[in-house]
Design a protein around this ligand. Structure first.
Ligand SMILES: [Zn+2]
Length: 338
């Protein structure tokens, strides 16, 4: 219960900090988080040493959680909510946004009424993952040649022209880890889509028009989506299996069907930095006629302590659903379907 309250308070504060980074200061979430933190410190721990206003709360957010006297949860003691460059840390970002962003929700709602909705939805999502940066000319060309040219209107809402802050001496800097055009902060440091990006960049000339997906699209769709597509491609090498990406409008990530075995597997790929954030985000996989369900942890996240932490903190155990590493998933697929 205690851990739940702490996580919840940190979540509300993180939401507030996200809004601050978008220029909304103060905001309801930040003030709400401030009150909740004060109440928790005072009533749970009898402490009067808590931030008294949102400036103090922001100052505290730069410090590791071990120095927040009221927060005891040992698993995220070394984490901060803000990183030194003033951006939300990846840890806080995961807390603030356990649900997908609004744009994709709206799109889903719209496509549900459409006969080709599932195909269009999957197309849009895939397009974003495969093209975090695209030349304007190429975008137009793709639109012209596509059978669903009307969805490009929807797709364009996920993109922006890179802002002035992303230009340096008439160049953009394309990140070699995430393929996004990075920004510069006021200290002239490159700020990319994730703190796990390497510091390797290619310079590209500004004189051609480019579009890049918005930063939150990198966070919620592109970065996690790469692991999903990568796993899908590998499953598609089994020639006796059929797959559907984002079935039933994204109820889970990948459906695998074997006609000969009469088996359906449901996969939900979970690419989180923090295993406890991941465990807290796991809900039940809705029953759409599958026999086995898996939460799949992509290979770049997996190590022994990570897998153990996810499993130990998983609260909503569900029949016929397992948490599995990417590697073990493919062992199971080999054994069953090869
Ligand atoms: Zn990057």
């Amino acid at each position: 219960m205690k851990n739940f309250s702490e996580r919840n308070i940190l979540k509300i504060i993180s939401k507030g900090l996200l809004k601050v980074s978008e220029g909304e200061l103060p905001n309801v979430d930040l003030l709400n988080g401030l009150n909740k933190l004060a109440g928790y410190a005072y009533f749970e721990h009898g402490l009067s040493d808590y931030p008294g206003n949102y400036f103090e709360l922001i100052q505290l957010s730069y410090k590791p959680l071990s120095s927040w006297v009221m927060i005891n949860e040992e698993n995220y003691q070394d984490k901060t909510l803000l990183s030194q460059d003033g951006n939300l840390s990846d840890f806080a970002l995961e807390l603030a946004t356990s649900k997908e962003n609004d744009l994709i929700m709206k799109l889903m709602k719209k496509f549900r009424k459409d006969e080709d909705g599932q195909e269009k939805y999957t197309y849009v999502r895939r397009f974003l993952i495969e093209n975090p940066v695209i030349k304007l000319l190429e975008f137009r060309k793709k639109r012209l040649n596509h059978k669903f040219s009307e969805v490009f209107e929807d797709i364009s809402k996920f993109y922006e022209t890179p802002p002035i802050s992303s230009q340096k001496e008439k160049n953009y800097h394309l990140c070699k880890s995430c393929d996004w055009i990075s920004d510069f902060n006021k200290y002239d440091q490159k700020i990319c889509s994730s703190s796990s990006c390497s510091k390797d960049f290619t310079e590209i000339a500004v004189n051609e028009s480019y579009l890049r997906v918005k930063k939150n699209v990198m966070t919620f769709i592109v970065n996690p989506g790469r692991a999903e597509l990568n796993i899908l491609e590998k499953i598609n090498r089994f020639n006796n299996l059929t797959t559907q990406l984002y079935p039933f409008f994204d109820v889970f990530d990948i459906e695998i069907y074997s006609k000969s075995e009469n088996e359906k597997w449901a996969l939900d790929v979970k690419d989180y930095i923090d295993p406890k954030n991941l465990a807290a985000s796991l809900e039940t996989i809705p029953d759409y006629g599958w026999n086995k369900g898996f939460f799949v942890i992509p290979k770049h996240r997996v190590n022994k302590t990570y897998m153990r932490a996810v499993k130990n903190n998983w609260k909503n155990n569900q029949d016929n659903v397992e948490i599995i590493s990417e590697k073990d998933l493919f062992k199971r697929l080999e054994a069953k379907f090869r």
